[in-house]
Design a protein around this ligand. Sequence first.
Ligand SMILES: [Zn+2]
Length: 339
Amino acid sequence: MSFKQILGQSQPKKILTNALQNSSVAHAYLFYGQESIGKKKLAITLAKALNCKGSDPLDACDECESCLKIERGVHPDFFFIEPVKSTPTSREAVIKIEPIRELQKKLAYLPYEGKTKVVVVDSADLLNLQAANSFLKTLEEPPSSTVLILISSNPHRLLPTLLSRCQGIQFHRLSSSEIREIIQSQLQEKGESLTESDLDFHTQRSQGSVDRALAEDFEEMETIREQLLEVLEKVSFDRMDIVFAFAKTWAKQTEQLQSVLNELLGLIRDLALYRSGCSQSDIQNRNLSANLIQIAQTRSLKTWLDRFTVVRNTQVALSGNANAQLFLENMLIEFCEAA
Ligand SMILES: [Zn+2]
């Protein structure tokens, strides 16, 4: 994609095209902001623009050999590093020192084919300490004709020494109309389409993230939401069977667990909003409103807010190496206590 074709993120695009225009592209950038709002796309486009053989010096043509090679990840001067899981079942992926060392060897040479070597480190906050310290050396003494781009949705987890050596560019959440437009154009490319109301529903549930809007399996998530709502309605000290069944089912689904907990948060958020008498327009799961309105009244606002906090804390604990089943049981027991 070229800068022109990327929808939204007008501020970051402007900063980068100005830098290209003034030949003041920084040695190192940090693109930060929530997941899936265009950081990686813009980083790749900058790599293309810096090496493009087309006529516009301020944008990628997206057609020349160089642009196509970068798109396919086979350009010898374009390096993309991302976290990998050490085993298929590990919950969290990391960037270890080996790929950083490998990269440093390659950066010692001049660009092989293009004008500028570009390194993109996706989810840079997942560099382990050893890898981060090693990468710091590259930031401190940047090789010539090289642009380093770190991408992070959790910049507070980066070493301050890394942060201080990058020019930060903040990416903001996309607006609903931008998301709607992006979903529509991506579906069009695939020759697919959605009805207006399905498009509205996806947009409204996207929370500013395109991947979230597109990745969702409509029917599967619908079933999950209904199950979660039932848990929220029925769980109590008299129904400990719900606690154990829930924990047992979801503890095994490590891939899906965080998104299930996000759904749970969304539902509790809606219940709290209904309980406090907010208008329908703020509700995310509007298609479940009849059920939500009725369940919202069965508990106090404080209970819904307490449960929200419990789920958030569980998410944080589970992003480490906590025992999922134990933490999920604990979460629902705290739900019972909050009732
Ligand atoms: Zn090009």
